[in-house]
Design a protein around this ligand. Structure first.
Ligand SMILES: [Zn+2]
Length: 146
């Protein structure tokens, strides 16, 4: 059985539901430049829980993305393992109240038909490094120029 494409996010969080699945590159259009066509899939798991008294979704993602090294401009594969807990606000007003209390909070507004692929895509985009680089000493072009 394949995982559903949408969940009722608040109900999912409150009932402590869990689901896991895979997404393919063509389901993640905003990541097309970062994922290889040959990449099998993005692995994800979503669990409902209570965090600091708020209903929340824990989102765990494993994916290999292709990044361009800012030092040598070569593309290289980067393994990302993301694990985020996202509180679910009942309304946009509640979300902005929470964000006033904690400007760094990463929270969602409840949706009856939350798009799982969109959520996973958002989290991967947030998890990408701002200045990706090979580990020190692994830039081949730079090494040749020395
Ligand atoms: Zn490099």
């Amino acid at each position: 059985m394949s995982a559903p494409a949408h969940i009722d996010s608040l109900h999912f969080a409150k009932s402590g539901s869990e689901l896991s699945g895979q997404l393919k590159v063509d389901q993640l259009p905003r990541l097309r430049d970062s994922l290889d066509r040959d990449d099998v899939a993005v692995q994800y798991r979503i669990s409902g829980l209570t965090a600091d008294g708020r209903p929340a979704l824990r989102v765990q993602i494993e994916v290999e993305v292709w990044q361009t090294c800012q030092r040598c401009l070569e593309r290289f594969p980067l393994s990302l393992e993301l694990d985020e807990v996202l509180p679910i606000a009942r309304t946009a007003a509640q979300l902005s109240y929470w964000e006033d209390l904690d400007p760094l909070l990463d929270a969602l507004v409840a949706e009856r038909q939350m798009d799982i692929a969109g959520l996973v895509e958002d989290e991967i985009l947030l998890g990408l490094p701002t200045a990706p680089r090979h580990p020190d000493g692994e830039c081949e072009v730079l090494a040749l120029n020395q």
